[in-house]
Design a protein around this ligand. Structure first.
Ligand code: FAD
Length: 460
């Protein structure tokens, strides 16, 4: 057997890479991890975690308004961006440090360097100018924001820069209709920035249930975000005052800042994978099978670089399944079915399973239960915000195949709903669960009225 420097070399210390490296090292394997930026990856450094802190920070403005309805007078409150940034960066540094410690405690070696695959068993540490060999190589390099090739695109920030702005702009145009665009629209709007969201599609959140998409857009507008649909950038221009977004339909919008949140691409550029014979998809994603194996027997890939479901818990599970299979002798596949997800827009979304349209296509006849109502917290003072809950049920089996929620705490609620739905719960079993009162979630187990497609069309 060939003598390698390591049993496993992991490229990228993000969600997937760290989990795989730790588990493999804990089995006694000789493991090294290369990270070119900061340990923790997108999630910890410039994704989920700092984003959620920004969501929390921005929500206080809405809480203050609600509080007024309850008799408080919090209107003197003010927000200091530099104070928030310093606190956020301190916490991110602490979390990144924990990731480093966990890797070291597990016995993995960490190289702060960019890595490049040279051949199926060799990796080059670019800045150190050193080559190392490994029996297995795991690619976990994540993704990068994508920008369109239009004049002035370089003037627009992406989510990467949004976490480090020196000062808050007075106004911002955000291009995009995906979860990152919506989340940042809510963040900037909540922090007092005049926010315009432009999206080329007919509605935001492609891939989510149509009722959710319409409801979220409506509620975001209610909170003061200007949502422009069916419209996209032709160019961005810098002026003495700020920026002008020139749109394809001939209109233009002036703002202090422009942000592109138009999607992300797998980060395989310059990684040497093609030279090693690894098959890539057209968008650069590493092509893998259910066990995260590439077509080269010594190379695997997990997480966003494979462009399957681009979420942190999925990357972690794929990394764990790889380690379980290769270092513990337990062949393990991560099941990509019924993965719940949240959008931390304001109001937020929680969803799991099929949309109504997907279910109608796949299953034929479905029963739809839907309710829109004002949450108790807001009815108290006449607030207009409404939430939405929707269940998609396969008619023949009465299995719940989709659950779609918009409203306060729905990302928390969907986690538990996902447990039952993944286990195959039927509507009668679901309904036999006694409600917890008074909560928003209780509405889920008291949905009785079925809607016909005609009624639903009218409702949407
Ligand atoms: P990453 O976490 O991206 O890690 C890849 C690592 O590899 C990086 O640290 C990178 O620096 C390093 N690297 C790349 N190339 C090399 C190289 N050649 N050599 C050395 N190192 C290299 N997911 C959720 O589940 N919930 C959320 O709320 C959520 N919010 C998000 C918000 C934003 C703004 C963004 C951008 C993403 C968000 N995500 C969220 C997605 C989530 O962050 C990713 O799915 C997850 O981080 C993917 O993990 P990964 O291990 O595949 O890659």
């Amino acid at each position: 057997m060939a003598n390698y420097d390591y049993d496993l070399f992991v490229i990228g210390a993000g969600s997937g890479g760290v989990r795989a490296a730790r588990l493999a090292a804990m089995s006694g394997a000789r493991v090294a991890v290369a990270e070119e930026h900061r340990v923790g990856g997108t999630c910890v450094i410039r994704g989920c975690v700092p984003k959620k802190f920004m969501v929390y920070a921005s929500e206080f403005a809405h809480h203050a308004k609600t509080a007024e309805g309850y008799g408080w007078s919090p209107s003197q409150a003010s927000f200091d961006w530099p104070t928030f940034l310093a606190a956020k960066d301190k916490e991110i540094a602490r979390l990144s440090g924990i990731y480093v410690t966990n890797l070291q405690n597990a016995g993995a070696e960490l190289a702060h360097d960019r890595a490049r695959v040279v051949d199926p068993h060799t990796v080059e540490l670019v800045n150190h100018g050193r080559k190392v060999t490994a029996e297995r190589i795991l690619v976990a390099t994540g993704g990068r924001p994508w920008k369109p090739d239009i004049p002035g695109a370089e003037l627009a920030i992406t989510s990467e820069e949004a976490f480090h702005l020196e000062a808050l702009p007075k106004s911002i145009v955000i291009a995009g209709g995906g979860f990152i665009a919506l989340e940042f629209a809510g963040i900037f709007n909540g922090l007092g920035v005049k926010t315009t969201l432009v999206h080329r599609g007919p509605n935001v959140l492609r891939g989510f249930d149509d009722h959710v998409r319409a409801h979220v857009a409506e509620e975001m507008e209610r909170r003061g975000i200007k949502v422009i649909l069916g419209c996209q950038h032709a160019s961005v221009e810098k002026t003495g005052k700020g920026y002008v977004s020139h749109m394809a339909d001939g209109s233009s919008i002036e703002s202090d800042l422009v942000m592109f949140a138009l999607g992300r691409q797998p980060y395989t550029k310059g990684l040497g994978l093609e030279d090693a014979g690894v098959a890539l998809a057209e968008n650069g994603a590493v092509v893998v099978d259910d066990y995260s194996r590439t077509n080269v027997p010594s190379i695997w890939a997990v997480g966003d670089v494979t462009d399957r479901i681009n979420l942190t818990p999925v990357a972690i599970r794929e990394g764990a399944a790889f380690a379980q299979t290769e270092f513990y002798g337990q062949p393990t596949r991560f099941d990509h079915e019924m993965v719940a997800s949240a959008v931390f827009s304001q109001p937020p979304v929680g969803a799991v399973g099929m949309t109504e349209a997907e279910a109608r296509r796949a299953l034929g006849k479905v029963d739809i239960y839907l309710s829109r109502f004002r949450p108790m917290k807001y009815t108290f003072f006449g607030g207009a915000e409404r939430c939405l809950i929707k269940l998609v049920v396969e008619a023949a089996t009465q299995k719940i195949v989709g659950c779609h929620l918009v409203g306060p705490d729905t990302p928390e609620i969907i986690q538990m709903a996902a447990v039952a739905i993944k286990m195959g719960v039927t509507k009668p079993q679901w309904d036999s669960t006694c409600a917890v009162h008074p909560t928003l979630a209780e509405e889920l187990v008291t949905l009785r009225e079925k809607f016909t497609p005609q009624e639903l069309g009218a409702a949407a």
